[in-house]
Design a binder for this molecule. Structure first.
Ligand SMILES: [Zn+2]
Length: 365
């Protein structure tokens, strides 16, 4: 069985910095990406737009230069969202949008995930004019939707968790206050988030990662497979069912591919574990596997159409990007998965970290 598809946009990935950027860009090109949205949680974060801004952050202009130098000029398009901090102003948004360097912003809950130390509470942006400026300038707001500063017992409980709380308590306020704001609900993991996105208009869409389509928290806990530790955490089977139904549904126009692929050369440390699963080079193969595990027969036309919408069409439609005219092919024959060597150490792709050195689908140019 073979699927020939338009090249696709990975609309949530991490290119990191230093010696990792080049190999990670290569891993994105190696899986048919024609474009990417590269996250700004570097050190320092990408939290200003222009080089001549005196704030002591990295700037979108400079990070885009680095990406191009490291092989990113092979992409049709690269979007770097601005990391929202206490220093973000409506004026920054307006000037950035006018220059066309600023096309998206990223909200991180304070200290909520890897590199989120500069996040500023969500409610503050309602009052300081930043969300309004995004809405007025047609800049997409990318959301890491988890409540911050929760006690452990609330953070991950049987019937609720940080993402549930955020989508129940914060997100309805956002869409009510800014009804025309374009909102990308990134890496959704719960039934609650899926229902919220479905209840909104076309200006609210959501990305789903391969790991959240494939696995549950049980897969993480059995043997403590820490390579599956990412934020938001993988959840329960009912949540995964909701994600699978949303991604594979015949009427799906809102849910799209965004891998959140995040490379770590050191994943487990003495006192914890870095969050993020690396799926560079193999994400379309893993998404195809997820669609099959959701019960779709990818030899059938309607299932192929649903897969193409999810991987190649809904994301670019939401971000006003053209669907690529170049193609790549996936084939249902096993592909070996290997460590990726870099100058700063090896990166472990997720399947290897789960003990699988081969995956059911392979990639062909
Ligand atoms: Zn991410």
């Amino acid at each position: 069985m073979k699927l020939t598809l338009p090249k696709w946009y990975d609309l949530h990935t991490h290119l990191r910095q230093d010696g990792l950027v080049g190999p990670i860009i290569q891993s994105q090109l190696d899986m048919g990406c024609c474009g990417i949205l590269a996250m700004p949680n570097t050190k320092p974060p990408v939290a200003k737009v222009f080089k001549d801004d005196p704030l002591e952050y990295w700037c979108i202009e400079g990070y885009l230069d680095l990406i191009k130098r490291e092989g990113g000029d092979a992409f049709d398009d690269v979007i770097v969202p601005l990391y929202l901090t206490k220093d973000t102003t409506p004026q920054m948004i307006e000037e950035g949008a006018k220059s066309s360097l600023l096309r998206a912003c990223k909200y991180y809950p304070p200290h909520g995930t890897t590199g989120a130390d500069f996040g500023y509470p969500f409610a503050n942006y309602f009052d300081n004019g930043v969300f309004e400026a995004l809405q007025d300038n047609n800049v997409v707001l990318c959301i890491h939707g988890e409540q911050h500063a929760m006690k452990g017992e609330e953070y991950f409980a049987q019937d609720s968790n940080a993402e549930d709380v955020f989508y129940r308590e914060q997100m309805p306020k956002l869409v009510e206050a800014f009804p025309n704001l374009k909102v990308a609900c990134e890496h959704v993991t719960t039934r609650t988030a899926v229902k919220f996105v479905q209840s909104c208009g076309d200006n609210v869409a959501a990305s789903i990662t391969p790991q959240h389509l494939l696995y549950t928290v049980g897969d993480l806990l059995m043997g403590l497979k820490y390579h599956l530790f990412c934020l938001p955490l993988v959840k329960f089977a009912e949540d995964r069912d909701a994600l699978r139904a949303a991604a594979t549904g015949a009427g799906n126009t809102k849910f799209y591919a965004g891998t959140d692929s995040a490379a770590h050369t050191v994943k487990a440390t003495d006192c914890g574990c870095a969050a993020g699963c690396f799926t560079g080079g193999i994400a379309p193969q893993l998404y195809a596997q997820g669609f099959e595990e959701a019960g779709l027969d990818l030899s059938q036309d309607d299932a192929q159409a649903a897969f193409k919408r999810f991987l190649c069409e809904n994301g670019p439609n939401f971000y006003d990007l053209p669907v690529s005219e170049e193609t790549f092919t996936l084939e249902k024959t096993p592909q070996d998965v290997e460590l990726i060597e870099t100058s700063v150490g090896p990166i472990t792709p997720l399947p290897l970290g789960l003990g699988h050195n081969s995956i059911p689908w392979s990639y062909n140019d």
